[in-house]
Design a protein around this ligand. Structure first.
Ligand SMILES: [Zn+2]
Length: 412
């Protein structure tokens, strides 16, 4: 025991679910966890606490459960306007593709985002972020992709960075230029991708605004060949990549992502066996997004059995976006992953902690309770961890600790 460097906080009488083992929850009943300088310094059974431990503050968890902070690894949280009108249209029978072809969909959000200033975007996005934080989220990925020009993409990513700087939450940014073809490039998708790869990507990279690069591989998005260009340009700049793949059809996007060494391929309702095998071989995480599946009333579920049998790690995220998943609840995302996709409780909890960290390339830093990792953790007012995938609308967050510091549970 290093007596010159005390623990900043010791949490005692806690039930821990470390999520650190390959399977199961890593449950440790009557445990304790010590934090120092924003990291986990010690954890184990309460009775095994080292004698003479030098403790700053102590918190009695009163037998509450402690889990790693949740990680929402796929969101489009920053945008202008909203698309409740399309919700109405969809209720009247219009499909996602029909709405897109009618000039709605992504393009209507692009128009609203282009005219929104940074302060406006920040004010619109903060309540969405606070809703996630109130449910124990400590890391959020935020994509651009509603500007499609350099100035607006930069403003979206700057807004995402500010959300991270101004709130006790870790924000990871992703440039999603290849989300849609903007109106000024209508009918010229390859010219637009020249601009994305040759101008926007290098600029955002130089400004340190993008931690990763994503693209939308779909009949109403970009072809595998076009997406391949974007991923290659990102890799050439040293940026990790990910891909929206196999959401509405099987384009071979998952295999393409895997061949580019992607961190994740996301959606995957139409994933086939070749794609799953390629993902397993490359260590590419399958990010399942039940919010979009639910809102679009899809019926073909992602092949969870295939992913399991191939050994592809599974993450779950909200996919918060104004069109197809206006979902600001990680607890509901987990509930839907269980009820709609058939995930088991231990899979769903790993999917928003350990595997979500892997999907962001942050597995060494966050996602489990383990010595040396960032001290992002949440105390829950529950009797069993399964309750986190069970309640609908009840949010049993008790205490939230970000980077070793206790923070209030925000109210949206
Ligand atoms: Zn998405």
């Amino acid at each position: 025991m290093n007596q010159t460097s005390p623990w900043d906080l010791l949490i005692r009488r806690a039930h821990l679910a470390t999520l650190a083992a390959k399977s199961g929850l890593g449950e440790l009943v009557d445990g304790a966890i010590a934090l120092r300088e924003g990291r986990i310094a010690w954890l184990g059974a309460d009775r095994d606490l080292p004698a003479g431990a030098n403790v700053g503050a102590e918190l009695d968890a009163e037998r509450r459960w402690v889990l790693p902070g949740f990680i929402d690894c796929h969101t489009h949280l920053v945008y202008g306007g909203n698309r409740s009108l399309e919700h109405e249209m969809r209720l009247e029978g219009a499909s996602y593709a029909e709405i897109a072809q009618a000039g709605g969909g992504i393009r209507s959000t692009v128009a609203a985002t282009r005219i929104a200033g940074e302060e406006e975007l920040l004010a619109a996005s903060a309540p969405r972020l606070r809703a996630l934080m109130s449910e124990g989220v400590t890391t959020v990925e935020i994509k651009s992709g509603y500007g499609l020009d350099l100035e607006t993409e930069r403003r979206m990513l700057r807004t995402a960075r500010r959300l991270g700087a101004e709130n006790p939450v870790r924000v990871v940014t992703t440039y999603l230029g290849a989300h849609a073809v903007p109106p000024e490039y209508a009918g010229r998708p390859d010219d637009y991708l020249d601009f994305v790869c040759g101008t926007v990507l290098p600029a955002l990279r130089a400004e340190g605004l993008a931690d990763a690069v994503d693209a939308f591989c779909e009949t109403i998005g970009f072809t595998p060949q076009q997406v391949g260009r974007v991923l290659a340009a990102a890799r050439a700049l040293g940026l990790p990549v990910k891909l929206h793949a196999e959401q509405l059809s099987d384009q071979g996007g998952a295999a393409l992502a895997a061949s580019a060494g992607a961190l994740s391929a996301d959606h995957l309702e139409h994933l086939g066996e070749a794609g799953a095998r390629a993902m397993a071989a490359a260590g590419t995480v399958a990010v399942l997004l039940p919010g979009a599946f639910y809102c679009l009333r899809e019926t073909l579920r992602p092949p969870v059995e295939l992913l399991r049998s191939c050994g592809v790690p599974m993450a779950v995220a909200t996919d918060h976006n104004p069109g197809t998943s206006p979902l600001s609840s990680i607890l509901l995302a987990m509930h839907l992953a269980c009820t709609l996709f058939g995930l088991e409780i231990s899979e769903a909890l790993a999917a928003t902690t350990r595997e979500a960290a892997r999907a962001l390339g942050l597995a060494a830093e966050v996602g489990t309770l383990a010595v040396g990792k960032r001290a992002d953790l949440v105390l829950w007012e529950i009797e069993r961890p399964a309750e986190l995938c069970y309640h609908l609308g009840l949010v049993p967050t008790h205490h939230r600790i970000f980077d070793g510091a206790l923070s209030d549970v925000p109210r949206p």
